[in-house]
Design a protein around this ligand. Structure first.
Ligand code: ATP
Length: 302
């Protein structure tokens, strides 16, 4: 869906995007994660032909960008750096204007299409108000509505939940999940780790312009080969397992063991009470902190 090779953007002496090999596959819910200033917006803008690269290649939906961006834009819904809209017009009027440049159809079809997306993003009831009276969250929804108007194959969203309250974030996530289930590939950027963790199937981590990690979340969350064991009698566990206990925090122990079932059987056979037992998995937060350097502390964990 999107492939870049050695994609680089310099602003004077600053390298905003540095040799990025991005690989977004059909059906992905791809999350681009990174602290402010790490280059996410610049990268996304280049994918849409809004900024020209200093070096490297971009292919979107099989076409080179920016050379043939005109062929792919009609199949892409995008919201980058906040939704653009005429402030004196209502949300509906803005969408109608935007739609007029779209695929066409009869007046009734176009009206229905606009009504449908307003409904989907939860703005159906407030459409008479001019956009200048919208809250940030409402503007964000309007941007999403215009991204959806063309029933896109690919959605590219820069910080789509910016300014939304927890309920709004949830609604946007549910909407994107549904669209994705119906075949839309989603690329979104965020500095919120929890947001990426909750929604995405694949993650790319940006750190000072570089893509330092790109992986399926399921792979990142693979078991580590250790087992977390909770017991009210941790000393007995330590005595039984001898050198295999690698970590201890009160009644919770981390045990190196390749076969959790065999470990469980061993504990049961020894008559040791167990209150918690689970193969250890790395969280996305741990992975990101391991991968990024000084700026990692700016990736918000919650
Ligand atoms: P944010 O989440 O704050 O938007 P980001 O990860 O999207 O951050 P970018 O906006 O892509 O990061 O910025 C990357 C770097 O490039 C920053 O240091 C920024 O100041 C710089 N930059 C971006 N656009 C320009 C520009 N037009 N001219 C000069 N420098 C720029």
């Amino acid at each position: 869906m999107i492939v870049t090779r050695d994609l680089t953007k310099r602003y004077g002496r600053l390298t905003a995007v540095d040799g990025v090999h991005l690989d977004v596959r059909e059906g992905d819910r791809y999350g681009l994660l990174g602290p402010n200033g790490s280059g996410k917006t610049t990268l996304v803008r280049m994918l849409l032909g809004l900024v020209f690269a200093t070096r490297g290649e971009i292919e979107v939906l099989g076409r080179p960008v920016p050379r043939r961006v005109g062929e792919v834009l009609p199949q892409i819904g995008a919201m980058v750096e906040g939704p653009g809209a005429y402030p004196h017009l209502s949300g509906r009027a803005n969408l109608r204007l935007f739609d007029a440049a779209g695929p066409g159809g009869s007046r009734r079809d176009r009206r229905r299409r606009v009504d449908e997306v307003l409904e989907r993003v939860g703005l159906a009831g407030v459409d008479r108000r001019p956009v200048r009276a919208y809250s940030l969250g409402m503007r964000q929804r309007l941007g999403l509505a215009s991204a959806l108007l063309r029933r896109p194959r690919l959605l590219v969203l820069d910080e789509p939940t910016n300014g939304l309250d927890p309920r709004g974030i949830r609604e946007v996530r549910d909407l994107l999940t549904e669209l994705n289930a119906n075949g839309t590939t989603v690329l979104l950027s965020s500095h919120l780790l929890a947001e990426i963790d909750a929604f995405c199937t694949r993650v790319g981590v940006m750190d000072r312009g570089r893509l330092v990690l790109q992986e399926d979340l399921a792979t990142l969350r693979r078991p580590t080969g250790r087992v977390v064991v909770g017991s009210p009698e941790p000393e007995r566990v330590v005595a039984l397992l001898d050198g295999r206990v690698e970590g201890r925090d009160g009644h919770t122990l981390t045990v190196r063991h390749a076969d959790p079932a065999a470990l469980n059987a061993e504990l049961v056979a020894a008559g040791i009470p167990v209150t918690e037992f689970a193969p250890e998995r790395r969280s996305l937060e741990q992975v990101v902190l391991d991968m990024t350097t000084t700026s990692a502390d700016r990736v918000e964990a919650a």
